[in-house]
Design a protein around this ligand. Sequence first.
Ligand code: 5GP
Ligand code: MN
Length: 311
Amino acid sequence: MHITLKETAAKMLEAENLVITTHVNPDGDALGSSLALYHMLVRLGKNVEVLVDDDIPESFGFLPDIEAIQKPEKESYPADYLIMLDVSKDRIGQVLNKCQAPIINIDHHRTNDGEADFLYLDAEKAATAEIIYQLAQELTVTPDSAVALCIYTGLSTDTGNFRFSNTSAFTLRAAADMVEAGAQPHVVSEALEKRSFKEVLDRAKAMETIEMAMEGRVAGIFIDNVLYETLDTTEGFIDGVRIIDGVDVAVLMKEVEPGKCRVSMRSKGVDVSVIATEFGGGGHVRAAGCTIEEPLVEAKTKLLEVISRHI
Ligand code: 5GP
Ligand code: MN
């Protein structure tokens, strides 16, 4: 059932025990939004746990209280509500079984499945962090520097540092407010851009796999499992293909286990969320992803076939 942001805030204010969760493979918006809300609810005197069923990338170590995030290792997590941010039920892993509380879902993905008990969905927003920024007002909490840094991180990462087409005047005003409240933009960009020498060399190796298709309108990096096992990260690789002149759809496909490929897509025009949805994934018009349970070559053929129907 859809609820307003005011109703969302009211439910949180009346609760005592809350669990916050977000998607596996967490990014800056997922972690920034979760920790910003965590800080605000703790300040309001709530008992709050943050559970993420995945490893937290070390690069997010600069986020205040990142160590508060736990894996769902206990048997169960009783709570008044499970607050699910930046995701639908399908990508929170074990948290779904272990926290049986009614779900309050806050999201900006147009592909949200709408299955939460209470849903606040605003697909016009560039980041869930934009909604958390609005929610702060409804909770009557003034963001301190910790909340500001977390929200700023979400705004920045989901907009490609305020460069993608989802960047709006609202995004920039929210970012300005967060900087005024104490977020330092360079702290975020330096932490997230930093790469080890090995990672720079890895990126060069991955770039050698670039293939063009559909007369240069599609470009992809295709990493088989052998190469994948030698890489420390693939973060940001897709930006290297997205910028090729004439490319509409950029793809990063990586065989994370033999016979299982993770796919990221970015586009300048084509709705890649539709393509991802055909494979059981989702996302936004210009940034989406999915998993294809096939070896790399087969997965590539299937993906390119679907892209060719949409381009
Ligand atoms: P990324 O390529 O950065 O992993 O994801 C791009 C966007 O697509 C993000 O908004 C992300 O949440 C969404 N996305 C990526 N993979 C999946 C997936 O497997 N399922 C769904 N529903 N969304 C995904
Ligand atoms: Mn997001």
